[in-house]
Design a protein around this ligand. Structure first.
Ligand SMILES: Cc1cc2nc3c(=O)[nH]c(=O)nc-3n(C[C@H](O)[C@H](O)[C@H](O)COP(=O)(O)OP(=O)(O)OC[C@H]3O[C@@H](n4cnc5c(N)ncnc54)[C@H](O)[C@@H]3O)c2cc1C
Length: 507
């Protein structure tokens, strides 16, 4: 019997496992290698109000503004007020944040009022955090099972009591635990163009929903405006920090077109920039190019060594040539509904990091807040499980409940992952509309109904993608307004009647 089983080994899973290991026996389950996660690819950095000119209140204000009316204020307070303490923990785990002299170096990113983004290795922040936490986990002797898929949350007497797993040799096990921390990351693999690695298939959301937890805010998917769009190269993120350092988006005529779309130009919020790029491409003014050729080469080399090296592998030198870019699915604001302590409605189940919906992102995430969310709410989950939590304020945004069955009868051919990704990209992507959304929903329901019980890793992942995709399409169809990252061409403006969160519960 484990005191804690943690599912996932990104920043949220590793950080909560390290915290929990001070108090009991912990097992980390992860479906790839320990280091594989969205976390390791994070570039820009981690936001925290640590500068003298900054404060948690200012950080909170920017977070609330990005969230377009749907952030939960107490969750945002927890995020921003505890940021500095959790950064101190990361420093204690020897994360080598970049410095300017003795002080921590702070970058500026879109929609942040001040420079407050800590980074490591220039643009290799996630890699350094992941590596430092993996080293700490091994040094602490925490048990970890790699290449092991969590396939089910075991529920006994209305309480999560363990995890069923499938390992790389096909062995199925049922592992009992007093608490389970779900830290399994996002679902970028729902879309054909994504910055997320292959492991991001929304497993945790599907597992939690099938076990009886509620999922919230699934219609809010952040599309990053600038993924490298180069034939022959895999989608690769060109960090927002590139525009923060002065990078300019230009169309085929070399026009710095963002000024036409938003007074903040290249530093407008991600959804605005992503749709502007999509519009330029649709209007035949592409390719869209991100230009840093006016910056000193030394700045590019110091701040963006990872991006520079990646692009050079494909024959592009960003110091002298602009980079072709296009939007890609990047981050899921929604997730397993939790309170401000990471507790879900199911006793014994916590969720933290990208799989969770704590309410800090609302309808749109402020850049560099997600790594921070992983450590703040990972820490809080363990405090709550230990009975050391403070008060739990009521959520400030009302929820509207929708009831759906996790399984469906149906008849259709069995899709490939690529079929699902294409459907979501085309009909549940950057611009949405009732007709295509309803078609996507019908198709996803038919596919889901046709699936037999999964037995291999690929089958489990496909079943999870279909369930999460279906709930996402249903939420996007239901929300008849545009807000934050959710844009409906047929309802292009925000509507106060939708100042609520859509929450899915099982029938
Ligand atoms: C390219 C890129 C750049 C980014 N840049 C930034 C940035 O600069 N700043 C920022 O704040 N955010 C950034 N983000 C977002 C951020 O990286 C993620 O939101 C964050 O790392 C999520 O951390 P996590 O621990 O919740 O999940 P992940 O880091 O995704 O970890 C999830 C883990 O769960 C495991 N897992 C999943 N399903 C199962 C299962 N069924 N069984 C067992 N294990 C499972 C995975 O293998 C993985 O180890 C970026 C994301 C990407 C993709």
């Amino acid at each position: 019997m484990y005191d804690w089983i943690v599912i996932g080994s990104g920043i949220a899973g590793l950080f909560s496992a390290l915290e929990a290991a001070r108090h009991g026996r912990v097992l980390v389950i992860t479906k790839g290698a320990l280091e594989e996660s969205n976390t390791r690819y994070a570039q820009g950095g981690i936001a925290a109000a640590v500068a003298p000119c900054d404060s948690p209140r200012l950080h909170g204000r920017d977070t609330l503004a990005a969230g377009a009316g749907l952030c939960d204020a107490p969750a945002v307070r927890a995020l921003t007020e505890e940021a500095a303490a959790r950064i101190a923990d990361l420093l204690a785990y020897r994360v080598p944040f970049d410095r300017e002299g003795a002080a921590l170096a702070l970058g500026r990113e879109g929609a942040h009022a001040v420079s407050r983004v800590l980074h490591a290795g220039g643009d290799a922040t996630g890699f350094h955090i992941e590596r430092a936490l993996c080293v700490a986990l091994r040094a602490a002797g925490v048990e970890a099972r790699e290449r092991t898929l969590a396939t089910e949350l075991l529920v006994e007497d209305g309480r999560v009591a363990g995890v069923a797993t499938l390992d790389g040799r096909g062995v199925v096990e049922r592992l009992p635990a007093r608490q389970v921390v779900l830290a399994s990351g996002g679902a970028g693999q729902l879309f054909s163009s994504t910055t997320n690695p292959a492991v991001a298939t929304g497993d945790g959301l599907a597992l939690a929903f099938r076990a009886g937890a509620a999922l919230r805010d699934l219609e809010f998917v952040q599309f990053h405006p600038t993924a490298l769009a180069l034939a022959g190269a895999p989608p690769f993120l060109i960090s927002e920090a590139v525009r923060g350092e002065g990078g300019v988006l230009r169309n085929r005529a070399s026009e710095p077109f963002m000024e036409r779309y938003d007074p903040r130009a290249d530093l407008a919020s991600r959804d605005v920039v992503a749709r502007a790029i999509a519009d330029e491409l649709a209007a035949g003014r592409g390719p869209v190019l991100l230009d840093v050729t006016h910056l000193p080469a030394t700045t590019v080399e110091r701040r963006f060594p990872t991006i520079l090296a990646f692009c050079r592998r494909y024959g592009l030198d960003m110091r002298s040539e602009p980079l072709p870019v296009a939007p890609a699915a990047h981050y899921l604001m929604g997730g397993v509904a939790t309170d401000v302590w990471g507790a879900t409605a199911l006793p014994g189940l916590y969720a933290c990091g990208e799989v969770a919906c704590t309410g800090v992102h609302g309808a749109n995430r402020l850049a560099s807040n997600s790594l921070l969310e992983g450590i703040v709410f990972g820490w809080r989950s363990v405090r709550h499980a230990l009975g050391l939590a403070g008060e739990t304020p009521a959520p400030t945004i009302p929820s509207r409940r929708l009831y759906l069955s996790p399984r469906l009868p149906g008849r259709a051919g069995i899709p490939t992952r690529a079929d699902v990704q294409r459907l979501l990209w085309e009909k549940v992507g950057l611009r949405r509309e009732a007709g295509p959304l309803a078609e996507a929903l019908r198709q996803l329901e038919a596919w889901q109904g046709a699936l037999a019980s999964p037995s291999t890793l690929a089958e489990h992942e496909l079943a999870n993608l279909l369930l999460v995709g279906r709930l996402m399409a249903a939420a996007a169809l239901e929300r008849r307004e545009s807000r934050g990252a959710h844009f409906r061409s047929d309802f292009p403006a925000p509507d106060e009647r939708w100042l609520c969160r859509l929450e899915f519960c099982q029938h």
